[in-house]
Design a protein around this ligand. Structure first.
Ligand code: NAD
Ligand code: MG
Length: 381
């Protein structure tokens, strides 16, 4: 097991659970970062005594610096400060920042030679080509934290060759609006969209689950992580979130990973691989579930899934574009400025408007992100 860890996004849903796992296994925390939550990170600094910590928000960082002046933790600020923490050289850097803001820190951590425990799926969606390429070049491992990808990673243990994999099957809970028609979704409120049936998560991903954009992003994430074509990745709605995803082999044998829906299992496995240790997660009692169900997604009502599929098939900066449009539209919906169904329209618009560019650089990814965010805002305001 690793001994030292940095947690980026430590005040969020995944970050707090990652620190719970770290506490249980006495991992040395080298660095902590967050956006602006001074109160939470102050407590974390006092408990874990990292050498360095950063807040992306400059004002919040200045406040934090005063509050923890009595500790030995060095406080940095802004996106540069977060990147510096990511480069701290810990054995593993767990990235649970939300959104594209996680991409540059991931790159910085790989450059510094740390293994990556990756929750921040937007990193791979937008910058998959560069992140996977750089990791290979630096001999760095990227371990998935996203539960579906962890399930696939676990189901791949013992696979002798990639040629033996026929298909990846991602399961989806279906979110709070499963079974609804597009008409039903016209007037849904933020509160209804935030009411996820199985998982308690940050606000952005909870809305992504309601639109099922989350599954589209995960399809792209899986394509990069496991070097698979989108056509060989299927999606199945599984309402109970017990089967976390599956791998089908060439002999039609299917291997799945099961467990109660609790992110501390994938978080821990990303830090302890290839070993397993006891965890605080409760045992799975299959008899608690009368039935486990599997159904086809409704691709018409949840248009974002296939928009993402098209984006990765088109390649280039299209995945970065759909991600950017979704991030902006998701935010506007949470601010009460647009309607729920506008999110998918924004994503469709980005797929149409993004520049075609097969020979793209990381700078093009960031430029596309900026451009599509501006365009998305203009669509509605
Ligand atoms: P969250 O909103 O609860 O936490 C996000 C963290 O990122 C916070 O610490 C926040 O302060 C920090 N942050 C926000 N903006 C930042 C910025 N500009 N710069 C630096 N830090 C910033 O989100 P979450 O639910 O923990 O999700 C985090 C990531 O993990 C997302 O990419 C999400 O898709 C992925 N993920 C989450 C879950 C889950 O169960 N929550 C499951 C799978 C994958
Ligand atoms: Mg997931």
């Amino acid at each position: 097991m690793i001994k030292s860890l940095a947690v980026l996004g430590s005040t969020g849903s995944i970050g707090v659970q990652a620190l719970e796992v770290a506490r249980l296994h006495n991992l040395k925390i080298e660095a902590l970062t967050a956006g602006s939550r001074v109160d939470i990170i102050e407590n974390q600094i006092r408990e874990f005594s990292p050498a360095v910590a950063a807040l992306a928000d400059e004002k919040a960082a200045a406040d934090l610096k005063i509050r923890v002046a009595d500790t030995s933790t060095k406080i940095l600020s802004g996106a540069e400060g977060v990147k510096e923490c990511a480069s701290c050289g810990a054995e593993s850097v767990l990235n649970s920042i939300v959104g594209i803001a996680g991409l540059a820190p991931t790159v910085a951590a790989i450059e510094a030679g740390s293994d990556i425990a990756l929750a921040n799926k937007e990193t791979l969606v937008a910058g998959g080509k560069f992140v996977m390429g750089l990791a290979k070049e630096k001999g760095v491992n990227i371990y998935p934290v996203d539960s579906e990808h962890s399930a696939i990673f676990q189901s791949l243990q013992g696979c002798a060759s990639k040629k033996q994999i026929k298909r990846l099957i991602l399961t989806a809970s279906g979110g709070p609006f499963f079974g609804k028609t597009k008409k039903d979704l016209e007037g849904v409120t933020l509160e209804q969209a935030l009411n996820h049936p199985n998982w308690s998560m940050g606000a952005k991903i909870t809305i992504d689950s309601a639109t099922m954009m989350n599954k589209g992003l995960e399809l792209i994430e899986a394509a990069w992580l496991f070097d698979m074509e989108a056509k060989d990745i299927d999606i199945v709605v599984h309402r109970q979130s017990v089967v976390h995803s599956l791998v089908e082999y060439v002999d039609n044998s299917v291997i799945a990973q099961l467990g109660v829906p609790d992110m501390r299992i994938p978080i821990q496995y990303a830090l302890t691989y290839p070993d397993r240790f006891e965890s605080p997660v409760r045992q799975l009692d299959l008899t608690e579930f009368a039935t486990l169900t599997f159904e086809k997604p409704d691709y018409e009502t949840f248009a974002c899934i296939n928009l993402c599929r098209r984006a990765i098939e088109k390649g280039g900066v299209y995945p970065a574009a759909v991600n950017a449009a979704n991030e902006k539209a998701n935010e506007l919906f949470r601010q009460g400025k647009i309607r729920f169904l506008d999110i998918a329209d924004a994503v469709a618009n980005a797929l149409e408007k993004a520049p075609h560019n097969d020979d793209y650089s990381l700078a093009d990814v960031f430029e596309t992100d900026r451009l599509i965010r501006t365009q998305t805002e203009r669509l509605f305001i």
